[in-house]
Design a protein around this ligand. Structure first.
Ligand code: XMP
Length: 374
């Protein structure tokens, strides 16, 4: 990122009539970089907060605070009870996202009022508002671009210094601003966090299952050069499908099932909400699991195809491992992880949580799937 770009952005922010600004830090590169940039312009008039929504990874608030100790002082705000009260029991992906956004901004608005701040710094980047406006999903941090008047609704104006940038440009900028490399290279984590990775009805138990599986998947697939890697969980509730099984018959000794939950995908320029197919059985060679979506991805509103790695006779939940490679997060390829690695992860997840009945690997690129499930 050119220094001239930074100077211009800082001058632009300096020229705004800011009394004080709140920045909500998620621990990701976008929100952190936006805050560090604004801090350059207004110094201590920037108040950086980390809202603990209850949908974070294990120990995330303390970890982020520690990571940013030298660049950005952060205050952790515990809003877990509020989010749980408002969101537990919701099932629909968009309902969760919309409710999350409302609660998130109400909490932030309260913080801004308490501090007497009239501006909010956001790390919104170009794909966020392009996809929200295109109807692919309700990104939690997109407001003005879809016509929400933040001043009358929440009492603050928005500074979004990264709104025209893509992820790779943000990483460059972050480096130039001295953001710690662990943050620069951190994989994206959605604002609504584990609430949209506990797919279907949101319960504390499902959140707990996905939080445990997330720790294992992130640790075991870290350092492999992937763009994003995580776990999601939902009920292990499937119905066998003769039609779909017939389609993939020639590829191996496969059988197809359809989960009860639904998950998001992209079709053309818009978002779809469709079926998740589970494939069980032995491929005649391992590489064939990566071809499954080609056969199933267009059938019967299928958005995700997941290959079952390992299961056992008991347990309530299915855990899906997701690992993708992408430049811009608008499209993504499935990472071809070696069989042994995936089996090792499945074994660890099953061994660590009796509530998990089976573990699978999501073999669907974006499109037709989205990277997340909701
Ligand atoms: P999808 O699932 O739409 O995700 O293919 C594309 C990228 O966006 C991230 N993502 C979000 N990030 N707030 C965020 O800050 C959100 O509401 C949100 N939803 C998805 C996702 O993790 C992926 O990197």
């Amino acid at each position: 990122m050119e220094l001239a770009w930074i100077d211009k952005a800082v001058e632009g922010i300096k020229s705004l009539p800011i009394k004080c600004a709140v920045a909500a830090i998620s621990g990701g590169v976008d929100s952190t970089t936006a805050a560090v940039l604004v801090r350059r312009a207004i110094g201590d008039r920037l108040r950086a907060v980390f809202i603990d929504t209850g949908f974070m990874r294990l120990n995330e608030p303390a970890h982020v605070k520690e990571l940013l100790r030298d660049v950005l002082p952060i205050e952790v705000i515990d809003a877990r009870d509020r989010f749980y009260r408002e969101m537990l029991g919701l099932s629909d992906a968009e309902e969760k996202r919309i409710r999350f956004r409302e609660v998130f901004y109400e909490v932030l608005s309260g913080v801004a009022r308490e501090y007497g701040c009239d501006w909010l710094v956001q790390g919104t980047i170009a794909p966020d508002w392009i996809e929200t406006r295109g109807g692919i999903k309700t990104q939690h941090n997109v407001l003005e671009q879809i016509g929400i008047d933040t001043v009358s609704k929440y009492g603050f104006k928005l500074i979004e210094p990264l709104r025209e940038l893509y992820k790779d440009q943000v990483r460059e900028l972050a480096k130039a601003l001295g953001v710690p490399s662990e943050i620069v290279n951190r994989q994206p984590f959605p604002g609504p966090g584990l609430s949209i990775r506990a797919v279907g009805e949101l319960t504390l138990e499902k959140l707990d299952v996905v939080r445990g599986a997330t720790e294992i998947v992130e640790r075991r697939l870290g350092g492999m050069g992937l763009s994003q890697w995580f776990a999601a969980a939902w009920e292990y509730d499937v119905a066998s499908s003769e039609d779909l099984s017939r389609i993939i018959n020639g590829l191996g000794n496969f059988k197809a099932y359809v989960f009860k939950v639904r998950a998001t995908g992209v079709k053309g320029d818009s978002r779809s909400y469709g079926n998740v197919v589970l494939v069980r059985g032995d491929p005649s060679n391992w590489g064939l699991i990566y071809d499954l979506y080609r056969y199933l991805g267009t059938a019967r509103d299928v958005t995700h195809v997941v290959y079952e790695l390992m299961g056992r006779g008991s347990g309530k939940y299915f855990v899906s491992i997701r690992a993708v490679l992408t430049e811009d997060f608008m499209t993504a390829d499935v990472a071809r992880i070696p069989q042994d690695t995936l089996m090792g992860i499945a074994q660890e997840i099953l061994g660590s949580d009796e509530r998990v009945a089976a573990v699978g690997y999501d073999v669907t690129p974006k499109p037709p799937a989205t990277i997340e499930y909701e």
